[in-house]
Design a binder for this molecule. Sequence first.
Ligand code: PRP
Ligand code: URA
Length: 210
Amino acid sequence: MEGKVHIFEHPLIQHKLGMMRDKTTGTKEFRELLDEISMLMVYEVTRDLPTEEADVETPLGPTKIQVLAGMPIGIIPILRAGLGMVNGIQSLIPNSKVGHIGLYRDPETLQPVEYYCKLPADAQNRYLFVLDPMLATGGSASAAIDFIKQRGCTNISLVSVIAAPEGIERMRKDHPDVNIYVAAQDEKLNEHGYIIPGLGDAGDRLFGTK
Ligand code: PRP
Ligand code: URA
């Protein structure tokens, strides 16, 4: 099925994203904001999950309820910055399993280099949400999804915070079946592959490494 690009316009998400962009926002607050935005995104990202009818007894009698049906969920952060989105999502989907893909972008070639991959054993039978706050050239997300597909997985969505038009285009070309969820589409990439205006280096701001 053809995937779609969803851009969140919710005021709370936009307000928090604005604070993340501010260069004076420190590591603690940046981490908290990413956590909160990720939690708010779950509502929309899970909108199309199937439900089925079940029976329950309220204190006043029997009724029908809707419960989640179909496959369980797996979340796959791309290391490092994707780690900052895991808690927010797991706080609303506590039974999700977590896989990890370690990739870094070579600063010269901008090509992704894989250094780690560990997915849930039953990843093929889960709805998978790949997490990375930044979709810049799209090389990292595209490579991560290649690895996941090579392991037989098919129901994949990408959840990011800021995307460059180049990253979205790359994903549409390489993985047209994958839904993309972002809080903002920014203007462009600079000559070093950074998103403009963006928020800088997400991994460094999240972990305080610069
Ligand atoms: C950043 C970011 C993405 C990638 C995006 O990671 O978290 O994974 O760059 O760029 P792309 O779309 O051009 O591939 P980075 O390589 O800096 O690694 P880090 O998360 O370990 O800091
Ligand atoms: N990775 C980041 O962390 N920020 C960017 O702007 C581009 C890639």
